[in-house]
Write a protein that binds this ligand. Sequence first.
Ligand code: BTN
Length: 249
Amino acid sequence: MLFKVEEVRAKLPGRQIDWYETVGSTMTLASELAREGAPHGTIVGAEEQTAGIGRMGRSWDSQAGAGLYVSLILRPNLPAESIPLVMLALGLATKESMEGLAGLKLDLRWPNDILIREKKCAGMLAQWEAGAILAGIGNNVGQTRFPEGLDTPATSLRLEGAKVRREELLAELAPAIDRFITVGTRSPEEVVRRVLHESTYVSGRRVRVEQPDRTLVGVTCGLDASGFLKIREDDGRETTIFAGGVRPA
Ligand code: BTN
């Protein structure tokens, strides 16, 4: 079923929403829009991406009509070093919207994985470009299969038994992002506090993290004030993780 963008425009009056059938990546279009001065909250989305971008150089499976693939242009009153905080705000917004519509309990794995029973059902990117933050979010909604060999096993709301329309999801997600970004602007500690509450991963989980120079194994012990993950390694030292994929050990 083709995405009914008019339905979302009617629910989010005043917001610019550009919708495409097939694109390489919505991130490229968002970058162009940001350069042209598109306002805060502008959304660019597509039915299908032929070169969907994931984190750490990975691709993002973006089969036609199955997922919600969107990028938002955000212009919050936040310094450039706030990207980790923005990632957490995006995670909270995505988790809340998907949970509310699907009636499922989801988990948030630092920094950007939304999980159902340890399988990934959404992921996000955030990067500064042209004076704006480009936030890319991929939500697995109606997929019935995924390519083999994915780094993290994937699932979709449909595979988990929840019938959610992509239009409803976007109409919930965009305002939720605004709300959590506003929370982060006023009180970064509050975003960190909420993630501690919403994620089973940030405290007391034994994990493995691939770093460029080594693989680190330890138990998570919270987030620092900027939103970076802290790990107590097996030799007792506490290490802050600035980037990398966190997996169960
Ligand atoms: C991740 O690796 O978890 C991040 C995935 C982000 C995917 C979304 S889909 C919409 C936007 N366009 C892209 O090319 N990537 C992001």
